[in-house]
Design a protein around this ligand. Structure first.
Ligand SMILES: Nc1ncnc2c1ncn2[C@@H]1O[C@H](COP(=O)(O)OP(=O)(O)OP(=O)(O)O)[C@@H](O)[C@H]1O
Ligand SMILES: [Mg+2]
Length: 300
């Protein structure tokens, strides 16, 4: 079986810097909450006994399924909207929610496909899941992150689909199914810009697809307020900045706003030994083109 090297980090609630980075991801509260809620449900299935006693004393068959909640969560959507960043820090926040239990976060290697030899992808896929399972013991909490997952999960339906890819997807599906019976709690997060190309059998195995999109007007206001905290802007100035952004088509990504607009303004201010200013930020917002949109069904 092909060797596989996962990068694993033990994330604990004591890691202040990771928690700060998690909080500093602005404008994606809905995605954060959905992800944390589902991870918590996977890690600690709800105890239904009191609820059943009160509301369904004669029993409710559906409640038995709580323990079988699918272990897969998909993060999808446009580029530069925080999918990878959120997956980097969510383990620490989850650890806090699980009353300080450590959470082990494993990242699939970027060369998961291997050398392209027949059977290589399927073997490496199986080896990756085996590796996570071998590092876990009963009661541990683990997250396996497969970023840029369209590379290894595209639909087996197409005529053009290579045999190698089909067996890789088969292996992935089998491994996801097996997780339900593993005593350690293992969640899998798959991240992609292109879920429309995913195999339907993978999509149906996910507990939820959490979609990311470019910031809308209210989210833009939150981001700009965060970027300008310390500048004492009045509402009218803030609204001017929001309108500049809202009138762009496509709109800015989160990454554009932080890394391609605000950061160069900050670096110039430091280099020229002048304050970070509203005027320079406004000018940069006006003069920067948003990065091109990643076209896929579901990406606005
Ligand atoms: N919600 C956010 N708040 C603050 N910064 C953000 C946010 N989203 C993204 N960023 C910034 O943009 C950069 C890119 O984000 P990230 O790598 O998570 O994007 P992505 O959604 O994974 O994009 P891609 O689909 O291209 O991989 C991050 O390093 C971070 O600096
Ligand atoms: Mg990414």
């Amino acid at each position: 079986m092909g060797a596989i090297k996962l990068s694993t980090i033990k994330q604990t609630s004591e890691d202040k810097q990771r928690l700060e980075m998690f909080e500093q991801l602005v404008g994606i509260d809905e995605q954060k909450n959905k992800l944390l809620t589902h991870l918590e449900w996977i890690m600690r299935p709800l105890n239904t006994s009191n609820w059943l006693k009160e509301h369904h004393p004669d029993g409710l068959e559906l409640a038995n399924r709580i323990k079988k909640i699918p272990r897969l969560i998909i993060l999808s959507g446009d580029v530069g909207c925080g999918k990878t960043e959120l997956s980097n820090y969510v383990g620490t926040k989850l650890s806090q929610l699980l009353e300080d239990e450590p959470v082990f976060v494993h990242r699939a290697p970027s060369d998961l496909r291997g050398s392209g030899l027949v059977g290589d992808l399927a073997n490496r896929m199986t080896a990756m899941f085996e590796s996570v399972k071998s590092e876990s013991t009963r009661g541990d909490y683990h997250i396996l992150i497969i970023d840029e997952a369209d590379d290894v999960s595209s639909s087996r339906e197409g005529e053009e689909q290579h045999h190698e890819d089909r067996t890789g997807v088969n292996a992935l599906i089998k491994e996801i199914d097996k997780l339900v019976d593993v005593s350690a709690r293992i969640a899998v997060i798959m991240i992609s810009n292109r879920t429309s190309s995913f195999d339907p059998a993978i999509m149906r195995r996910s507990a939820i697809e959490i979609k990311f999109h470019r910031p809308s007007k209210p989210e833009l206001a939150d981001i700009l307020r965060s970027l300008c905290s310390g500048l004492k802007l009045d509402e009218k100035e803030l609204q001017t900045l929001v309108n500049i952004c809202a009138n762009k088509s496509p709109r800015f990504t989160y990454s554009d706003l932080f890394n391609r607009v605000a950061l160069p303004v900050l670096l110039n201010a430091i280099r020229n030994d002048v304050p970070f200013s509203y005027d320079k930020l406004k000018e940069a917002l006006e003069n920067t083109e948003p990065s091109p949109q990643f076209k896929d069904h579901g990406n606005e």
